[in-house]
Design a protein around this ligand. Structure first.
Ligand SMILES: Cc1cc2nc3c(=O)[nH]c(=O)nc-3n(C[C@H](O)[C@H](O)[C@H](O)COP(=O)(O)O)c2cc1C
Length: 349
């Protein structure tokens, strides 16, 4: 059924199709129809960062930037939902068009630029959905405003952390979007250390204030060499970070050269980023071992892809782009394979 729907959706510009899909999902959810589609496959429950995740498959950041569709998305079967990236103040993002489908590569290039209504608006939405009985695991992904200079980025991350702290199960510090100039420089050396130290410090005082420890994950790019990965891993370890999310979109166009839209500026996601993202996870795992859990994301489009990320060292996975190409049936496919593996001890992809 999704194949037919996809054909219709792909007639629309990519962002309009995104918006229409989310709007329709929330209507179906309000009518109680989505719960009929909920899979009976529960997947594998697991405890990560001290949190009980009902299954290992989450929604990656960027689809629900303002926390408007949490209940509907959760009813598709995800074990956790990451909302955002949200910035301290609302901002429009880049001019449209800013999402492009590279259909033959099952990929997307986006240069959204953190379009969002601001952290306070997102928190209102979280409060509403919690008030209505939502009990799922929620990550809130925070970033900096475009007009905050990179030198002052820490200030924005601390605002996001403070505002989101009480309402999130975990918080993701996004330093890897390619669409906010200079943001990725925060992934390296003294800048990274200073940012992580400030975040840790604030997290500890918030934990005391609210008598609740909310873990912090750091989200990185796939465009990192082994030396850079070693540097980031050391920084994560020395600043006692709670998790790593690997990876965001790539700037590389190697896998899509010559295709329509391949030269558009922005981050490439979907199948072309899969291998690189898995490599980055495996390299991080060499340094982090089981001291800091890894959430694997990038190009997962089958149960086997999810298993490959877990085999590389991830303990949870997230998906985004393949939802657009395959629809929510993919979540069921992955959970079914994991349930079968649990039941039999044998891996079924
Ligand atoms: C349209 C679009 C918007 C995105 N926005 C964000 C974002 O706001 N914050 C973020 O951390 N990642 C964002 N991402 C990256 C995804 O969360 C994910 O890390 C990346 O797309 C790789 O996974 P995938 O291949 O399954 O899509 C975005 C991705 C896409 C396609």
């Amino acid at each position: 059924m999704y194949k037919l729907l996809q054909k219709i959706l792909f007639l629309l510009p990519a962002e309009a199709a995104h918006d229409f899909t989310l709007f329709s999902l929330s209507i179906l959810n309000n009518l109680g129809i989505l719960s009929f589609f909920k899979t009976r496959y529960t997947g594998e429950a697991t405890k990560v960062m001290g949190i009980e995740f009902p299954n290992r498959v989450g929604l990656a950041a960027g689809l629900d930037k303002n926390g408007e569709y949490i209940a509907a998305l959760s009813n598709l079967g995800f074990g956790f939902i990451e909302i955002g990236t949200v910035t301290p103040r609302a901002q429009p993002g880049n001019p449209k068009p800013r999402i492009f489908r590279l259909t033959e590569a099952k990929a997307i290039i986006n240069r959204m630029g953190f379009n969002n209504h601001g952290v306070d608006h997102l928190i209102e939405n979280v409060n509403k959905v919690r008030g209505a009985g939502f009990k799922g695991i929620l990550g809130i992904n925070i970033g900096k405003n475009l007009d905050t200079t990179v030198d002052c980025a820490t200030k924005d991350y601390l605002i996001g952390l403070r505002q989101a702290y009480r309402y999130a199960d975990y918080i993701t510090v996004n330093i890897s979007s390619p669409n906010t100039p200079g943001l990725r420089t925060l992934q390296y050396g003294a800048e990274l250390n200073a940012l992580l130290a400030a975040i840790k410090n604030e997290q500890m005082s918030l934990a005391l204030e609210y008598k609740k420890y909310v873990p912090v994950a750091i989200k990185v790019a796939p465009d990192l060499n082994d030396e850079e990965i070693r540097g980031i891993a050391e920084s994560l370890l020395s600043n006692n970070m709670d998790a790593l999310i690997a990876t965001n979109t790539t700037l590389s166009r190697d896998a899509v050269k010559g295709m329509a839209y391949a030269d558009e500026a922005g981050g490439l996601s979907g199948e072309p980023v899969r291998e690189q993202s898995t490599k980055v996870i495996a390299e991080f795992y060499k340094h982090l071992k089981d001291q800091i859990p890894i959430i694997g994301v990038g190009g997962i489009s089958s149960a086997q892809d999810a298993q490959d990320k877990l085999d590389a060292g991830a303990v949870l996975v997230q998906i985004y782009t393949s939802l657009i190409y395959q629809g929510p049936g993919l979540i069921k496919q992955i959970l079914k394979a994991q349930t079968a593996k649990n039941d039999s001890g044998v891996e079924i992809a």
